[in-house]
Design a protein around this ligand. Sequence first.
Ligand code: SF4
Length: 329
Amino acid sequence: MCRSLKLSDRAKGILAQRFDKTVWQDWQWQLAHTLTAADLNVPDIASFPMRVTPYYAALADFACPDDPILRQFMPSSEELLPDTYSTDPFGESAHAARAQGIKQRYADRVLAMMNVTCSTYCRHCTRRGLLESARCARLETLVEVVKSTPGVREVLLSGGDPLLLPDAEILRWVETLAALPQLDAVRLCTRTPVVLPMRWTETLVKALARSERVWVQTQFNHPKELTADAEKAVALLNNHGIPVSNQSVLLRGINDAPEVMTALCAGLQRRRVRPYYLFCCDPVSGIGHFRTSVETAQNLRKHLLTHLGGLACPRVVADLPEALHKTDV
Ligand code: SF4
């Protein structure tokens, strides 16, 4: 079933700018011109409003509601169906907290929320109930937490999306953390290579590369996202020695077909992005319609193992609330 969306004049004007490279490649312009439900004339969802960058919106086929890009940012009435899932199955807002915005679920890793907003709100976001209302970590507190926990060897800077902050703030965090001898890695968790690839300017990447323990972790979910702009961003990172790894989320009707996931993983490897996890969609309230059966995940895993070499083949895992590690499906 296909039906056309009626775009607002504002949306049409913004999307027409894709032909002006100077404007389109300016990440701050992209952020200042994100599209909302009103721009697409669709009902919004108050608890998790729609927001999408012009860049990512322009990848979608607006004439087809099943388009894999459109479904990742377009609110759906299925999100409002009653379900038995929690908004916070992992107790992120409570039991794992070490300090404001700082969580520790695993002995060797600490996660800090650097920011509570994103440039594009993914409809499958497992933190959908926590974003914006959450409070950010303070760098000074994070340093204290790391130093007082000798087993911690890795810090994940997450959100929201930390890459929406100014360069100077990102560098302040990364350089401070990378200077701590106990840390082996500082991971920047961001979807910007997918939804806002122009955020990765040469100036920022060169400055980040000076802190030699930086990794970028992102979330490509579909081969349509492997655009020339995305390719340029990850090449810039790789060429400056910053490894890029990918955690996909398994989404019903978007990337659960074996040939789609195989193409994504092969495409990532071709661009030197390691596809290391494929997460089963978490049992979070409002995203049940994206969840696949366990059997689908298992069949997909078998398919990937027989069609891809180890470096291109992600582990198919589930994140279980009480587990001490990711659980293979
Ligand atoms: S980028 Fe990450 S935190 Fe932000 S909406 Fe998407 S999944 Fe959620």
